[in-house]
Design a protein around this ligand. Structure first.
Ligand code: ATP
Length: 408
């Protein structure tokens, strides 16, 4: 029986790791393969900002899904103190007496093996498999192989294959800049974004693809339009354009859900509902959408609030909240309701005046249909009106038509 063992920080596990283990599996045909996340790597302490062990374990499990036959062992995570490979091999020998243990590693680890704790134990208890991380170090690898064979009687398999020249360190640096996804499996990347590990922020193409999958096809154009408008408004008003885009991309993510589905999410996310909410799912989707996007994509609080209030508005809205409310209202695909052109103009002239107008139009629309207006909207409109008064700004003149035709 042959068992392939692959230890590492896996902080995070990347495609270099996966390629390496796939190559080893194809060449050595092991009966079992274990990825072993280290608890305290003795060589390179885990850097500040390293996620909790549970996250490294979860990510390693997700990465293993891309390498058929791969399992994850918690033998090192379960152990106290530094994660010495020699201790791990002793443990594996106990579990699998008589098996050939093959320890897989990259160039850096192979070349520094003699600095490890108890290298003689490692080399007597296991064979080594080496997969190069880069080209150009073949000579060093050959010399080290000869040296280890001679000094320790080491058994070394040199694996052939195209290196994947990336490290977890590089990926950690890319993630906050909305980059690095191409080096990670989709599952690992999704996990990182969901929990915003490493200060990661989502790549926009990825976020769009994931978020659009929850929309009715006909709503995609609206969401695209809202993103474009939100970016423009953010640029006009000095708001963070990327935050505005993130909020816009997810703002309608639960819009297509039925009332029972909305209520299920309310239950799941502890969202209080009353009869009015239940009677009007327009209100619900903003709340469930914010909570759902937070769970799926780890949107931060200020983006959460922008999604949460995008339908009704509220007193004291932040600049980002105003931008999302207005972008949703005036994006280029909107047409057919009176006041739209006035609102479009106002949104680029005075945000508060535009908000007041938008809220007033919305209240008129609701009242014209004989419905009771939302309390948050009534309060928000009064709040913005007061603000305009304080600032000496006249509200934008607009008269509600007799019969409204368009629909938001
Ligand atoms: P960090 O940048 O945080 O030091 P790393 O990318 O070197 O991380 P580790 O989890 O520390 O990754 O590495 C675990 C094992 O995987 C080591 O044996 C390492 O040599 C090997 N390895 C890492 N990256 C690659 C790669 N791109 N190709 C082949 N092997 C790799």
């Amino acid at each position: 029986m042959r068992i392939l063992l692959y230890g590492g920080s896996f902080n995070p596990p990347h495609l270099g790791h996966i390629r390496s283990v796939q190559t080893a599996a194809a060449a050595l045909k092991p009966d079992k393969i274990y990825l072993i996340p280290a608890s305290f790597p003795p060589h390179k302490p885990l850097p500040a900002g390293t996620p909790a062990q549970l996250h490294r374990l979860a990510m390693t499990r997700l990465a293993a899904e891309d390498a058929p036959g791969c399992e994850v062992s918690t033998v090192e995570l379960d152990r106290q103190g530094p994660s010495y490979t020699s201790d791990t091999l002793r443990e594996m020998k106990r579990q699998y007496p008589g098996a050939e243990l093959v320890f897989l590693m990259g160039t850096d680890m192979f070349l520094s093996l003699e600095t490890w704790h108890e290298p003689e134990v490692i080399l007597s208890d296991a064979s080594l498999a080496v997969f190069a991380r880069e080209t150009g170090r073949e000579e060093e690898i050959r010399a080290q192989t000869a040296h280890l064979r001679e000094k320790y009687g080491a058994r070394v398999y040199l694996l052939e294959g195209q290196p994947v020249t990336v490290s977890s360190t590089q990926i950690r640096a890319l993630l906050p800049r909305r980059r690095g996804r191409e080096w990670l499996s989709d599952g690992v990347y999704g996990h990182i974004i969901r929990y915003r590990l490493y200060g990661a922020r989502p790549e926009f193409d990825w976020l769009r693809e994931k978020a659009y999958a929850y929309l009715k096809p006909k709503r995609v154009a609206h969401v695209q339009g809202t993103e474009a408008e939100a970016r423009k408004l953010a640029a006009r008003w000095g708001e963070d354009e990327a935050d505005a885009a993130e909020a816009a991309i997810v703002h309608d993510i639960t819009k297509k859900l039925t009332l029972p589905e909305q209520l299920h999410l309310c239950d799941k996310y502890d969202i209080m509902t009353d009869e009015r909410d239940i009677a009007n799912d327009k209100l619900l989707h903003a709340r469930t959408g914010a909570a759902f996007a937070a769970e799926l994509f780890g949107i931060p609080e200020h983006i959460y609030q922008a999604v949460r209030w995008h339908t009704t508005g509220r007193p004291g809205m932040t600049r980002l909240e105003k931008i999302i409310y207005l972008a949703d209202y005036i994006e280029p695909n909107r047409s057919g309701f009176s006041g739209l052109e006035e609102l479009r103009k106002a949104a680029y002239e005075d945000l508060d005046a535009a908000m007041e107008l938008g809220l007033r139009m919305s209240l008129d629309d609701i009242r014209s249909r004989g419905e009771e207006p939302f309390e948050d909207t009534v309060k928000a409109q009064a709040w913005f009106l007061e603000r305009l008064k304080e600032r000496g700004v006249r509200p934008v003149p607009w008269a509600a038509p007799e019969q409204e035709t368009g629909e938001r």
